[in-house]
Design a protein around this ligand. Sequence first.
Ligand code: ZN
Ligand code: ZN
Length: 73
Amino acid sequence: MPAMQNAYPSTKLSVHDTVKTRTCTSCKKTISPDEKPVIFLCPNCGKVEIIRCNMCRKQGVKYVCPVCGFVGP
Ligand SMILES: [Zn+2]
Ligand SMILES: [Zn+2]
């Protein structure tokens, strides 16, 4: 039973703990939780999450998989 959650009815606490900082794979920019980045596993190796911010998605910036070096649009 999640007893601790009941002890903290405030929503402020849990939000900050669960949101982990994401970095755009293409431009290395830190993505704020308000943004809705595209997140998907590398189509080649499937071992790493590729994260693209809104800007890179609109501009079609290429990404490089840090694990296998796959370059994708
Ligand atoms: Zn980006
Ligand atoms: Zn890969």
